[in-house]
Design a protein around this ligand. Structure first.
Ligand code: CIR
Length: 255
């Protein structure tokens, strides 16, 4: 059960962040702020206490706070972001999390982005991607292993992060892009594959009994409605232009 979230206000220079989605157009700051506020309000409406951190002008991607840590019930693992332009964001997330949890860190040659880490009950999937390497996954597995969690590493072929393609939608259900539909590491789960043209909506966020999903993806919406959970849609157009999604914009935890 999540009770808290940490988010960060996007900086005025957020459109200078990393992106390979230039074909979607230049991201607009005032619209981004509006959509970010709607995101925060949705989390509050679900009963979460939301801490809002100040923008970090030196890091235009810093509002994608998910990549800077992985928070479990017992410990906050501060990440070591794999993109050089983002490495440093984790320094300012640490005090925000240390108020709530003991902290541990991914260090040295190990890199890890929180966007590559998906928790399903006592299991963590860690995507090995351009951002997260084997050493980062090894350090992460050791830290959370001390608290009884199992870690399974999964290669990420296409897509930025593991959670760009795989997310938990309650019970034993995972929402996956076609790339992950035959993934052996996901055996034992019921896989729901995003329909053609709807890969972006694989990044759907489960908050307690509610699924938050990007608007404009009717096939995914139908899959989510069939779960019987509450479903909320948010317009994610400006975040998407910067390769981000719903999970990327917050750290969720119980405190
Ligand atoms: C980046 O390339 O790092 C950012 N522009 C997008 C990060 C999205 N984060 C996430 O999927 N967890």
């Amino acid at each position: 059960m999540f009770t808290h979230a940490i988010i960060r206000t996007p900086g005025e220079n957020f459109a200078q962040g990393l992106t390979i989605s230039g074909h979607l157009g230049i991201a607009d700051y005032s619209l981004m702020l509006k959509q970010h506020e709607a995101y925060a309000e949705t989390l509050r409406s679900l009963g979460l206490t939301v801490d809002v951190l100040k923008a970090l002008p030196a890091y235009p991607d810093a509002h994608f706070v998910e990549d800077t840590a992985v928070v479990t019930a017992e410990v906050a693992v501060i990440s070591n972001p794999g993109a050089p332009a983002r490495n440093g964001e984790q320094v300012s997330i640490e005090p925000a999390l240390a108020k709530y949890k003991p902290v541990a860190r991914i260090e040295g040659a190990g890199t890890l982005d929180g966007g590559d880490v998906l928790q399903v009950e006592k299991r963590f999937f860690v995507g090995l991607s351009e951002r997260t390497n084997v050493e980062g996954a090894r350090q992460f597995a050791r830290i959370v292993g001390e608290h009884g969690y199992e870690t399974v590493s999964v290669p990420v072929g296409q897509g930025l992060h593991f959670k760009s393609g795989v997310n938990h939608i309650g019970g034993k259900r995972l929402l996956v892009t076609p790339d992950f539909s035959g993934c052996e590491a996901l055996q034992g789960y019921e896989l729901f594959v995003t329909p053609h043209g709807e890969d972006y909506a694989a990044n759907t966020l489960l908050i307690n009994d509610t699924l938050i999903t990007p608007s404009g993806f009717p096939g995914v919406r139908a899959i989510l409605d069939a779960t019987g959970l509450n479903v909320v849609e948010l317009d994610m157009s400006e975040t998407r232009k910067m390769d981000g999604g719903l999970t990327c914009l917050s750290l969720r935890f119980s405190a």
